[in-house]
Write a protein that binds this ligand. Structure first.
Ligand SMILES: Nc1nc2c(c(=O)[nH]1)N[C@H]1C(S)=C(S)[C@@H](COP(=O)(O)OP(=O)(O)OC[C@H]3O[C@@H](n4cnc5c(=O)[nH]c(N)nc54)[C@H](O)[C@@H]3O)O[C@H]1N2
Ligand SMILES: Nc1nc2c(c(=O)[nH]1)N[C@H]1C(S)=C(S)[C@@H](COP(=O)(O)OP(=O)(O)OC[C@H]3O[C@@H](n4cnc5c(=O)[nH]c(N)nc54)[C@H](O)[C@@H]3O)O[C@H]1N2
Ligand code: SF4
Ligand SMILES: [Mo]
Length: 661
């Protein structure tokens, strides 16, 4: 059966599910899909294991113990939905519908799984949601009109690819294929700019190791050389932006020597990079997500957008800046915002901890329905998020596949179908294909698709608009562009849409590229190190952290540290360490390496609190955002201490400490 991967990944692969005697026995990447090219990734190539996992949620649950304890009793769907409906209606009566928050993210990118339930909350007049806990900084630039991508298959025409804080071989290896083809076909050079020598960095022609957060300075240095050596495409830049002179002024002080002192990159490397970047026609900057995740996220993206414009690379096919690409799909309309009874407030989804604990919010949030999201692990400042989720007066419903850290705080847990059990269509944020997903097997246990949950819950809330009677296929169809129906998608299992190419540089200059050149965040104390929390090879954010194979492959929570930093602290390879700051303390095993920038430590993988050492990285991150709302996960500094039994402090799930000494 033809389907596709629903996960929050730029590759959105198409797959074929092989069914024998009513069970999926294997999923394999669609061989005829131009982007998937027959391969899934190390996370997903046994997705059927997720369907039949022993810890899969298969029926509704109602809390029987304290919040967060994970103690539940099995209940029926009727009991669960009646309980939710009466709870919501009582809250609407007392505080108004805006006291209810539908909290969802990208656990599944399917149109039905993501949007169907929103129809209910729109019709009720509940609070809406905006913002992002991923790449909000890039979104800010896009809202200003900056193009942030093109058809990634065209990257094969590029002559120089700068993978700027992007770890493609782990996070989107189908994209790597096209980058590597540029190298094999036309001798393109591939340079990785990353504080860590990642799997991807090792596969590139060059790895430039820089201090985290110093990227805007490096970009300013490159621009400085482009202007100084007359390598800038001034005519193109002038036709695209309104502030070229201000930008040129801004980079004048950033000589290669000054850049070198800030970034830790040799001055002659800065000069050489700039010369290569000026000479390549075209060059592409492939901008990743992690470097956006600082208080200066927007300045980082603006600096890269500026380089692409000043270099004139957008003139050529396969050149410019690539952050993301989307097919033509009107996903939001499947959520039926037209059902809103009135203008309602919209809350920033990246500030959940603040919103659940703030006394200023009027009305306060009294009910949450969570789907496709594990905020207790993935939102910044999870100490505060968990404090909010633990509120006795908060009615929390979590729709999930598994009893995640978040689901443990729920009053009611509802079991969701997985991608092999429901119909859906999926857009993409890394290419231009709309993908079809046909169910391969019926729902397991009592799991329901989000469309079906909508159809059963809506009448209990007194909602009887025809939108609440639509089938999952009809819900999906609402998002499709004119002229494309499900029958079109069924021909191949996908359909490539081609959005118009970025229109700028046509003389109607309107963009801005000047701004500040932020310096990297500095440690609050001399003995503290900067904590990075990059994506892991085998987990998809916190998804799969409970799955046996993926967890075995990850071995154990591992903190990477430079040998010089370890020596200074007398720490030994493979020993257990405490990672602590004023917020919390978690534990991991040390890996001493030369492959990370000194002064920096990295904990890959969004582990759940049930892993040994409670290695939930976001217990350490602050409630801090860029001006555009980008969570600043990377602006986190920690102390690393050896764990000397028996005198170690072990944080509980809510971040408080209990001494085991
Ligand atoms: N295997 C796997 N794949 C995934 C995911 C996953 O969890 N696991 N998650 C998916 C999601 S939601 C996303 S957003 C994408 C993210 O995809 P990527 O952006 O490729 O992944 P990240 O690990 O967030 O960051 C990439 C690199 O940025 C580096 N970096 C960190 N700080 C800085 C900095 O200040 N400057 C520079 N230049 N580099 C820096 C990190 O060391 C890391 O190697 O991946 C998607 N794909
Ligand atoms: N410190 C730190 N924090 C980060 C990041 C970081 O790099 N460092 N990365 C950030 C980024 S880039 C992102 S995108 C976010 C990701 O944050 P989240 O969106 O919370 O990502 P996941 O951890 O994958 O959680 C998604 C949940 O959705 C569930 N799910 C999947 N499919 C379905 C479905 O069909 N139905 C239902 N009901 N549930 C489903 C999964 O089981 C999983 O528990 O995290 C952010 N947080
Ligand atoms: S996670 Fe990404 S690479 Fe892996 S199967 Fe899904 S879409 Fe493909
Ligand atoms: Mo993300």
């Amino acid at each position: 059966m033809r389907g596709c991967c629903p996960l929050d990944c730029q590759d959105t692969c198409s797959w074929v599910a092989h069914v024998e005697e009513g069970r999926v026995v294997r999923v394999e990447g669609a061989k005829d899909h131009p982007f998937t090219r027959g391969a899934l990734c190390a996370k997903v190539n046994d997705y059927e294991q997720r369907v039949y996992a022993p810890d899969r949620l298969l029926h509704p649950l109602r809390r029987s113990g304290p919040k967060g304890s994970g103690e539940f009793d099995r209940i029926s769907w009727d009991e669960a939905l009646d309980f939710i409906a009466s709870g919501f209606l009582a809250i609407i009566d007392e505080s108004g519908a805006e006291a209810i928050l539908p909290l969802n993210y990208l656990g599944s990118m399917g149109v039905v799984q993501r949007r169907a339930l929103m129809r209910i909350f729109h019709a009720l007049g509940a609070s809406r949601l905006h913002g992002s806990i991923c790449g909000a900084a890039g979104n800010v630039l896009a809202e200003e009109g900056h193009p942030r991508g093109f058809d990634p298959e065209e990257i094969v025409h590029s002559r120089l690819v700068l993978l700027w804080g992007a770890n493609l071989l782990s996070t989107s290896h189908h994209h790597w294929h096209f980058v590597d083809r540029a190298r094999r076909q036309s001798g393109a050079r591939i340079v990785c700019i990353d504080p860590i020598r990642t799997r991807t960095a090792r596969a590139c022609d060059e790895h430039v190791m820089l201090k985290p957060g110093s990227d805007a300075v490096l970009a300013a240095g490159i621009a400085h050389v482009l202007f100084a050596e007359e390598l800038a495409d001034v005519a193109f830049a002038r036709s695209a932006v309104v502030d070229l002179d201000a930008f040129r002024e801004q980079v004048v002080p950033w000589t290669p020597e000054r850049v070198s002192a800030v970034c830790g990159v040799e001055a002659d490397v800065v000069v050489r990079l700039a010369r290569e970047y000026g000479a390549a026609h075209p060059a592409t900057i492939r901008c990743g997500i992690a470097p956006q995740q600082t208080r200066a996220g927007e300045s980082f993206v603006r600096a890269l957008a500026a380089l692409a414009i000043v270099g004139g690379h957008w003139r050529h096919r396969g050149g410019g800046l690539f952050i993301e690409a989307n097919p033509v799909l009107s996903e939001a309309s499947a959520a039926r915002p037209d059902l809103l009874p009135r203008e309602t407030r919209s809350l920033d989804m990246a500030r959940l901890g603040e919103q659940l604990t703030s006394i200023a919010l009027e009305p306060p949030i009294r009910a949450l329905m969570v789907w496709n999201h594990n905020p207790a692990v993935t939102q910044p400042d999870s100490v505060r998020v968990r404090e909010g989720l633990a509120r006795e007066d908060l009615l929390t419903v979590v729709v999930e596949h598994f009893l995640t850290d978040t689901a443990r705080y729920a009053d009611v847990v509802l079991p969701s179908t997985t991608q092999l059990e429901h119909f859906d269509i999926v857009g993409a944020w890394g290419h231009h294909y709309i993908s079809l997903n046909e169910p391969a097997v019926p729902p397991q246990g009592e799991a329901l698709s989000h469309g079906e949950i909508m159809r059963r819950l809506a009448p209990r809330l007194g909602l009887d608009h025809p939108a609440f009677r639509e089938s999952d296929e009809e819900i999906a169809e609402t998002a499709l562009p004119d002229g494309i129906g499900l029958s079109t998608l069924r021909e191949n299992g996908w359909y490539k849409t081609t959005p118009p190419p970025p229109a700028f540089g046509d003389g109607s200059a309107r963009l801005t590229i000047a701004g500040e050149v932020p310096l990297p965040a500095s440690a609050p104390a001399g003995d503290m190190l900067q904590l990075l929390t990059p994506k892991s090879h085998y987990f998809l954010n916190s998804s799969f952290a409970n799955m046996g194979r993926q967890r075995t492959a990850m071995k154990r929570p591992t903190l990477e540290m430079h040998a010089a930093d370890a020596a200074m602290r007398g720490l030994l390879d493979a020993e257990e360490v405490e990672i602590a700051n004023e917020r919390a303390a978690i534990r991991a095993w040390l890996r001493i390496t030369e492959d990370i920038c000194p002064g920096v430590v990295a904990l890959a993988g969004k582990w759940w609190g049930d892993a040994e050492g409670n290695p939930v990285a976001n217990l350490l991150t602050a409630s801090a955002w860029s001006p555009g709302g980008q969570p600043a996960y990377n602006d986190t500094f920690v102390r690393i201490n050896s764990v000397q039994p028996p005198a170690f402090a072990r944080p509980s799930l809510d971040g408080s400490f209990s001494s085991t000494a």
